[in-house]
Design a protein around this ligand. Structure first.
Ligand code: PDD
Length: 285
């Protein structure tokens, strides 16, 4: 496969693309990232992704590595060099490389920037959306600032692995009060028994998903009954429909939760409709 990564100012074949063993991303997960969808070789919702990146960096007091316009140029160039038409571009910024010490480095340290891009198997994603996917619920054991898109993802890794071992594609994380926070790498939604669309409100407990925010615009426009509030696992079991959203799969219907069928066990009309309409609301540049 043709694979080029951007690392600190250079475009390199993956085999030669490396960061220092002292990089704080490697040592402490001291960094943030973004995943942006690529459609027809163009970036989807770049502005919203870069705004979230800016916020993540600010919250962690990591310096901006370059202007956001320049980051956009690097993302596009990485997409081009990897001949990505439909897929994702991944951008990571860490606090940089410095002798291992918990506190921020005192000496001026350049943030490390890595950008990669790859094609997705669109036919496979469309097939998954046609059939719907399974999720399992697991306790949310993450830290209390998951609104920051940090590369510290060990609980997400463990949750995803638990899902795979139970034949599911995604794990839904559940807080100590029995409410679903979000998926391990997606936002979680249901259409409840009363036909109302629900997703958890923003706050420090979930990632402010870009796909989620675009979908909210679509929902408002279409006058769909909607409420931003947390729902319990029990409500999810009793739901008419469920789905997840993320940049890499847009809207993905969920047809099984912990082995129980959602609704009639097939993707619902709301989820399918939102998936179909999504493209018209996403900004492509
Ligand atoms: N995941 N919640 C979590 C915990 C996520 O990791 C993601 C994204 C989302 C959805 O956000 P967005 O709509 O901006 O993609 C919600 C990305 C795709 C990933 O880690 O690969």
């Amino acid at each position: 496969m043709y694979r080029i990564a951007y690392v600190d100012g250079r475009y390199l074949p993956h085999a030669r693309a490396k960061v220092s063993v002292e990089d704080r991303g490697y040592q402490f997960a001291d960094g943030v990232y973004e995943v942006c969808e690529v459609k027809d070789g163009k970036l989807v919702d770049e502005r919203r992704h870069l705004a979230r990146l800016e916020r993540s960096l600010r919250e962690l007091r990591i310096a901006e590595p370059m202007s956001y316009a320049a980051l956009g140029v690097v993302m596009r160039e990485t997409v081009r060099r990897n001949r990505v038409t439909d897929g994702i571009v991944y951008l990571q910024v860490t606090r940089g490389a410095a002798p291992r010490d918990f506190q921020f480095p005192v000496a001026p340290t350049r943030p490390t920037v890595v950008v990669t891009a790859r094609n997705s198997d669109i036919a496979r994603l469309d097939k998954l959306a046609e059939d719907g996917v399974a999720v399992v619920t697991v306790p949310d054991i993450r830290w209390q600032r998951v609104d920051i898109k940090s590369v510290s993802l060990l609980p997400n890794v463990l949750a995803k692995q638990a899902a795979r071992e139970q034949g599911a594609r995604e794990a839904w994380l559940v807080d100590k009060n029995g409410f679903v926070t979000e998926g391990a790498s997606s936002n979680a939604w249901i259409v409840n028994r009363e036909g109302k669309l629900l997703t958890r409100a923003l706050g420090t407990g979930i990632l402010p998903g870009i796909t989620r925010s675009v979908l909210l615009d679509l929902i408002a426009d279409q006058g769909i009954k909607f409420e931003e509030r947390a729902f319990t696992v029990e409500e999810a079991y009793a739901a008419r429909e469920a789905f997840v959203t993320s940049a890499s799969q847009t809207v993905m219907p969920v047809v099984r939760i912990d082995g129980r069928p959602v609704g009639n066990g097939a993707p619902g009309l709301v989820a399918t409709g939102l998936r179909r309409e999504y493209r018209r609301y996403a900004a492509i540049s």
